[in-house]
Design a protein. Structure first.
Length: 173
């Protein structure tokens, strides 16, 4: 990780290099078994477990209050969490951070045992198309540049790179 220090500021380190992607038209991925549905209160334990896993894996961060985060998703407070189900729930993706013309997709998480089967691609394509059909001009998302799988699957369904951004963390004195 790179480090940088501004005069008088605590040291900072580069924690993540990300890419912002935007989609205006979905390219349907290869078909997979299953269907999308909105997360319900009965899904709370699974959602909490997967959000915790996402935060630790993708953001290398320990979530401060996973129960409150789960509650906001389940109650749809400014966001909606979608699940892909193929006999059992196998992937999740959120929709939130609406702007006048677009909406952010994320988090997106599939547990390791269900990966490489197209579930996340199908789910992200489905919810992105639903948002476009609802009148959004575009959907956008962030990916970790160190995750080639995520960068590939989003581009395969029509997401195009917009800008790279770096996330810096400041060390506490």
């Amino acid at each position: 990780m790179h480090e940088r220090t501004a005069r008088g500021a605590p040291p900072a380190r580069l924690s993540t290099s990300e890419r912002i992607f935007q989609l205006t038209a979905v390219r349907p991925p290869r078909p997979v078994q299953g269907h999308a549905r909105i997360a319900e209160p009965a899904d709370s334990a699974l959602v909490a477990h997967w959000l915790d896993a996402f935060m630790r894996e993708a953001l290398e961060d320990e979530p401060s209050d996973i129960d409150a985060m789960t509650d906001r998703w389940i109650r749809r407070r400014g966001r909606t969490l979608h699940l892909w189900e193929d006999g059992e729930v196998v992937s999740l993706a959120g929709v939130g951070s609406r702007t006048p013309n677009g909406v952010r997709i994320g988090p997106v998480y599939t547990p390791p045992e269900a990966r490489n089967r197209g579930y996340a691609s199908a789910l992200v394509a489905t919810i992105s198309q639903a948002e476009l059909d609802a009148g959004r001009q575009f959907c956008f998302l962030f990916t970790d540049l160190a995750n080639p799988t995520a960068n590939h699957i989003y581009q395969a369904i029509g997401y195009e790179p917009v800008r790279d951004v770096d996330m810096w963390k400041h060390d506490r004195p």
